[in-house]
Design a protein around this ligand. Structure first.
Ligand code: DCM
Ligand code: DCM
Ligand code: ZN
Length: 273
């Protein structure tokens, strides 16, 4: 996601974490305000193009070698690069660093920042797809603007849905997060979030947990991102029909990411005591 999506995911998570998780992470991240998660949610993107942070650039996604829209699917052994890693192995690695109380606090704070970011990214369907480098090589127009499909899913759909995100990302993300939090608690996501969103979440098996999230997002590549394949949209305006199917998917993936991030952080922090 672009910055706005990541900040929204973090605010949703802050609405669901337990009080002890909140105070633990506020101390670790040295921020005792309500922005302690949102304020670090985009840090991983800010370092990936720096010299020291280059090794993390492959951690934001997993390149599923499937064949949308005919076949979607993620296979950890096939798709997670052995040298560079992927978002699934990165979540496992930084979860274990956050759990490791022998590590210096600065390392564990850094691990927390990576976990907060990567739980967001793994829910962006095009971060679980190899085709055209996650859609970066698919050129489209959206509301007349020439963009690539990855950017449309990272940023443009949310921006059209919410508005104002360039001017004031934090307050607008907070407002969207509070709306999605209500939908999770008692609105359109209430039933499914309680029954299904945390199924398969297992702190003793971060790879299986993250892979489950990746598989679910990747299936959306076949149904909603590329329902007629890449050739059908290359060079085309995406249009109202496309947007009206995509926007609810972006919204639900952001909501799920925030809810699951809260559960994941609770599982990590509660197992430290
Ligand atoms: N980004 C950055 N530095 C760059 C290029 C992009 O920090 N040189 C950030 C800005 C966007 C994000 O990367 O918020 C795009 O997210 P991703 O590219 O992870 O989807
Ligand atoms: N990306 C992806 N899958 C790839 C390559 C890149 O999801 N195979 C994501 C990472 C960034 C965005 O696309 O969020 C832009 O990547 P880059 O800056 O590497 O062009
Ligand atoms: Zn990212």
């Amino acid at each position: 996601w672009g910055g706005f999506g990541h900040i929204t995911v973090a605010y949703i998570a802050s609405n669901f974490v337990s009080d002890s998780t909140t105070s633990y992470l506020q101390t670790l991240l040295r921020n005792d305000t309500g922005d302690y998660l949102a304020g670090v949610a985009t840090w991983a993107d800010s370092i990936r193009y720096t010299k020291w942070g280059r090794f993390t650039s492959g951690f934001h996604f997993i390149d599923a070698h499937d064949n949308p829209p005919t076949y979607c699917g993620v296979d950890y052994d096939r798709d997670c690069k052995k040298e560079a890693g992927c978002v699934v192995s990165a979540l496992q690695n930084y979860t274990s660093q956050l759990l490791d109380t022998e590590l210096p606090l600065w390392r564990r704070a850094q691990a927390a920042k990576f976990v907060i970011h990567f739980v967001g990214d793994i829910h962006q369907p095009l971060h679980t797809e190899d085709v055209a480098r996650g859609g970066n090589g698919i050129h489209v127009t959206f509301e007349g603007k020439e963009l690539n499909l990855h950017h449309v899913w990272d940023t443009s759909i949310a921006e059209k849905l919410v508005g104002g995100i360039r001017r004031k990302p934090y307050p607008f993300a907070k407002k969207w997060a509070d709306e999605l939090t209500e939908e999770i608690k008692s609105g359109k996501y209430a039933a499914e979030s309680k029954s299904g969103w945390l199924r398969g979440t297992n702190i003793t098996d971060p790879i299986a947990t993250a892979l489950g999230w990746a598989v679910e997002g990747n299936a959306l590549v076949c149904t909603t991102v590329l329902p007629e394949g890449a050739e059908a949209i290359e060079g085309q305006e995406l249009g109202t029909d496309y947007y009206e199917k995509a926007a609810p998917v972006v919204e639900e993936q952001v909501a799920k990411a925030g809810f699951r991030l809260a559960a994941w952080l609770d599982l990590i922090i509660s197992s430290l005591k």
